[in-house]
Write a protein that binds this ligand. Structure first.
Ligand code: ADP
Ligand code: MG
Length: 364
């Protein structure tokens, strides 16, 4: 996609209509400056403006992206439909849509009074004890806690991998506790994305095929699969390794492929359990930047379990677990990562009392 060519094309079509930049700006309810920036190739119109812009300029989406008129006989009938699929399937949640919330965004996840009791032969373990919290659309929430505090159990309950002993869990309004056992796999495929350490890519398939598999399970038409995967791969910086097998790429690349696979089906929520656990710090930061970008730009909702303070500092909100309970919560508000990092450390210190584990968390 050549931004300068697209800009020149917009300019040319606008002039053909006999409009000034301000007149076009007015029709689209944007500033004159915005139009001027598009036309000089300094920026692209917001996704939500593509269609109205095309209608005004009498061009197709393909022509807009190509930056030129396409002869009738060359126009593949399906092409527009494919592009729209890409846009609505995952680019659909663009920045504009996010800003439109006048009130608080809707909750994607609602956990109410959830407990999980594991009964073993001679004792019972209360792995999760009366936990309640909500996660609004578009947020990146972390769950922190020492080993054995119940993080994975809680995530498995939300993932329909395990059932709570009591309480309700709603995903997009649906109480998932009621879903019959035999329907949970289907529910997971349609509504959830997973980035688990042990939830590996299939080794006998290429990266491309691994991602495509998620889409075929979701009945996405064959011709829209390739453009969807290509544009998402560019965003996740894995375009160059699409034809490689999982064993040929690094751990960081594998996790980003897992992200692509999780995200491409546009799930209600992405669940990640220690996603950076096996990565070096560069790859970890890259993955966390990716998560933050997905929330910010695509309205993805992510719940990530981690015991790493650096990873947690990328989140909007942290829930702190201890002995199966949520002991505290911390909101990032407007702080930068560094300040939030320090706040998280203080909170851990407060929860753990005099414990010196805090220092180990900083320098593992
Ligand atoms: P975390 O992920 O925070 O390390 P877990 O959720 O794995 O914690 O475990 C919480 C508690 O529940 C631990 O005491 C663990 O031993 C116990 N537990 C986890 N899974 C099971 C199980 N399948 N059966 C019995 N006890 C379990
Ligand atoms: Mg765990």
């Amino acid at each position: 996609m050549n931004q300068i060519k697209i800009g020149a094309f917009i300019s040319q079509r606008r002039k053909a209509k006999g409009w000034t930049q301000s007149q076009l700006a007015e029709k689209l309810e944007v500033t004159d400056k915005a139009v001027s920036k598009w036309e000089t190739g300094r920026s692209m119109p917001d996704l939500s403006l593509f269609l109205p812009l095309c209608t005004l300029l009498d061009i197709t989406l393909n022509e807009l992206f190509a930056g030129e008129c396409i002869a009738e006989e060359k126009l593949k009938e399906k092409a527009d439909e494919v592009l729209m699929n890409v846009i609505t399937n995952w680019l659909g949640h663009d920045k504009r849509e996010l800003k439109e919330y006048d009130t608080a965004p809707p909750n994607i996840l609602e956990v109410e009074n959830v407990s999980k009791l594991y009964e073993t032969e001679n004792n019972s373990v209360s792995a999760v004890n009366d936990v309640s919290f909500r996660i609004p659309h578009g947020s990146f929430v972390g769950i922190m806690g020492a080993s054995g505090s119940g993080k994975t159990t809680l995530l498995h309950l939300i993932a329909t991998i395990d059932k709570p002993t009591s309480g309700t869990i709603r995903i997009n309004g649906q109480n998932i506790v009621d879903i019959p056992e035999e329907d949970t796999a289907e529910f997971r495929r349609r509504h959830l994305g997973f980035v688990f350490q042990e939830y590996n890519l299939l080794e006998t398939l290429t990266v491309y095929e691994n991602i495509a598999l998620a889409l075929t399970i979701k009945d996405v038409s064959k011709e829209s699969i390739r453009p969807m995967i290509q544009s998402l791969s560019e965003k996740l910086d894995i375009s160059a390794i699409l034809d490689k097998f999982p064993y040929e790429i690094s751990g960081g690349q594998r996790q980003r492929c897992a992200c692509a696979r999780a995200l491409v089906v546009n799930p209600d929520i992405i669940l990640a359990d220690e996603p950076t656990g096996a990565l070096d710090s560069h790859a970890a930061r890259q993955l966390l930047d990716t998560f933050a970008m997905l929330c910010r730009e695509y309205g993805a909702t992510i719940l990530m379990v981690t015991h790493d303070v650096m990873a947690a500092s990328y989140c909007d909100k942290i829930l702190f677990m201890k002995d199966g309970e949520i002991k505290a919560a911390l909101n990032r508000e407007q702080e930068n990562k560094q300040t939030f990092f320090a706040d998280i450390l203080k909170k851990i210190e407060w929860i753990e009392g005099e414990s010196h584990d805090v220092l180990e968390a900083v320098n593992p």
